[in-house]
Structure formats: C-alpha cells, structure tokens
Design a binder for this molecule. Structure first.
Ligand SMILES: [Zn+2]
Ligand SMILES: [Zn+2]
Length: 326
C-alpha cells in the first residue's frame, strides 16, 4: 500500500512563494493498494490535481471512485467540484461521510455547486454520485481496503479512518482537538466550557477508542495544525499540536507519525523548523516523525523500504483531461 499527499494544509489554500516546498493545497490523500485499488481521503483543493492524474490514467473511460470525507468543512470538500473524472459520463463517485453529515451531504455538495457559486449544478454533473453514511464502530470494505472509522473531537464532529490493506495499515486522524474539552457537539465558542461528568466520560471513551484503533498501525497521519504556543490561544478551534499527536502515538505504540493539516500561516521556512524540531522530539520517544508536503509518497507496510520518495509535482503530468467548469 502507498499513500500520496495532494494537499497538506488546513483551513484554506495558500499558494505562493512562501509555500512552494510544502505546498498550499488543502487536505487530500490518495491511497493505493498493491493491486492498484484506489481510495481518496478528503476532498480539499489538492483533489483537483489528483483528479487530473486519475482522469489521465482512465484515458477517457468512466471509472469508479471512492472518497472518504473526515467532515464537510471547506478545506475538506472544496476540490470535489473540480475533480475532472466527475465530468466523464458513466463515472460513479461514492462519497463517504459521518452519519450526520451524510444525511445532509447531498445538500452540502449540491449547495456548493448551486448556480450562484458554480456554473454546473450537481444534478447536471455527468458522474453519478452516491452518498454513504459512516458510523464509528461500523467497519466496511472498499476493494482491497478494510476501513475502520474513528470518532474524533472537532466542532460538529469529524471521523478518522484506519485503513488496512496488503497486510499493512495506516490511519488518517484529521481534524481533531485533544480530548480535554468537548468540541464535537458545540457551536463556535470563545473558550473552553466546563465539562460535565457525561462529557468527561464521552471524551475518555473517544480517546480510548482512538488509541485502541491505532494499535498495530504502521503510520499515523495526524492533524498537527498548531504549535503549542498557537494552540494555547485557540484551543477551541478543533486542532492538535505535534506534541499531542506524539502522546497519542506513544500510547498506541505507533512508531511513525506524519504531521499534516499544516496551519496556512506556516511558511516553508517555519515548516522546516517544525519538521526538524519534531523529528528530534520524536526520536527521543522512538517515533519517526515525517512532515507531509505536497507530492510526498510513503510506502506503508512490511514490504516498504521505509524511505520517502522524491517529491513529484502533482498536476504537472501531460494528460488529456476532461473539461472542468471554472
Ligand atoms: Zn480542516
Ligand atoms: Zn474542520
């Protein structure tokens, strides 16, 4: 199995001179099994270039695509209308989202493609979409992949995924705050709320379930949006720090952590410093820390040589790509 990062930013895209090395596109990861099965995790703006690559591979033929969404915040869905395989008639796109979000998914995706926002409404897109509900605790199978949804602590809820295939596994843990205050059912609040006994129990259960599901996983990709000093100012935004991710990995005895969902304000130079700081910090705990960048591919599993490939440049392949509305 192999994972490739097409977008590594949180919140909003930040193209520009200060982000050319780590990339400015938002959340999107391509997962490939050894047999070539593919799933896409999150549909941020990185999905556009991935779509161009997949459309080139399909050479004009309709395909079947599976998109797992962590949740439906902008930075996780904005690439979907620009996914070029959707404009090939006969293509099927299955979108998976949390139970509550999936109920509204047709409206959400239909909403962002309403005529005020986009030239082509969802019902006129040539591909057939179906929306699948995901519930933590209910595993499911897509081709070669066994998928385990994991509840996370984020405003209005979010779901992580453990993905097993080819005798190996990795986990996608975004977006999530740590488990010391309730975010998953709240509106935006200016600060932490006092915890009720029920809240405490629910958070402990969520934390324990996450650690349990991460056990035995080769690699964890984790929402590490904030540095500790930034987190102290915005604990209610629903994101974590690399330190908090290291604690979770240590508890689950995971030996490789990938920093992900980088804050848009972090420039390449800052990202270099973060990467070096946490590589060293992880080493003291026996955890290899990689910092994701656009185009990074990681082999997962025992057959992997554990090396990170040279970055490719998403979207620069010369493919005959279907016309996407602008
Ligand atoms: Zn996000
Ligand atoms: Zn979010």
């Amino acid at each position: 199995m192999q994972i490739t990062f097409w977008g590594v930013r949180g919140s909003y895209p930040v193209p520009g001179a200060a982000t050319v090395r780590y990339g400015g596109q938002t959340s999107c990861v391509e997962v490939r099994s050894d047999s070539g099965d593919c799933i896409i995790v999150d549909a941020g703006t990185g999905m556009r270039a991935l779509g161009n690559k997949l459309a080139g591979e399909a050479a004009g033929q309709p395909g079947q695509y599976h998109v797992l969404l962590s949740h439906v915040h902008w930075d996780h869905i904005q690439g979907l209308p620009f996914f070029s395989p959707a404009y090939v008639p006969g293509t099927r796109i299955s979108v998976y989202a949390l139970l509550t979000a999936a109920d509204e998914l047709n409206q959400v995706i239909g909403g962002i493609t309403r005529h005020e926002f986009f030239p082509l409404p969802l019902e006129s897109v040539p591909a057939n979409f179906d929306f699948q509900k995901v519930e933590p605790g209910l595993d499911f199978v897509i081709g070669a992949f066994h998928v385990t949804p994991i509840a996370l602590n984020h405003p209005f809820g979010s779901v992580g995924y453990r993905i097993d295939a080819d005798g190996a596994s990795w986990a996608y843990v975004a977006d999530t705050a740590p488990f010391d205050q309730v975010l998953h059912k709240q509106h935006f609040l200016p600060g932490p709320e006092p915890l009720s006994a029920d809240d405490k129990t629910a958070l402990e259960a969520m934390h324990a379930a996450l650690v349990q599901r991460l056990q035995g996983v080769d690699t964890v990709v984790y929402d590490t949006h904030f540095l500790p000093e930034e987190y102290a100012r915005f604990p209610h935004y629903g994101h974590s720090t690399p330190d908090q991710a290291l604690d979770i990995c240590a508890e689950a005895m995971v030996r490789r952590l990938v920093l992900y969902h980088h804050a848009p304000a972090h420039t390449d130079d800052q990202m270099d410093q973060i990467a070096a700081r946490y590589l060293a910090k992880g080493a003291t705990r026996g955890i290899e820390v990689l910092t994701s960048f656009e185009g990074m591919s990681i082999p997962i599993g025992p057959t992997a040589d554990d090396s990170v490939e040279e970055p490719t440049h998403p979207g620069t392949g010369v493919h005959d790509v279907p016309q996407v509305p602008k």
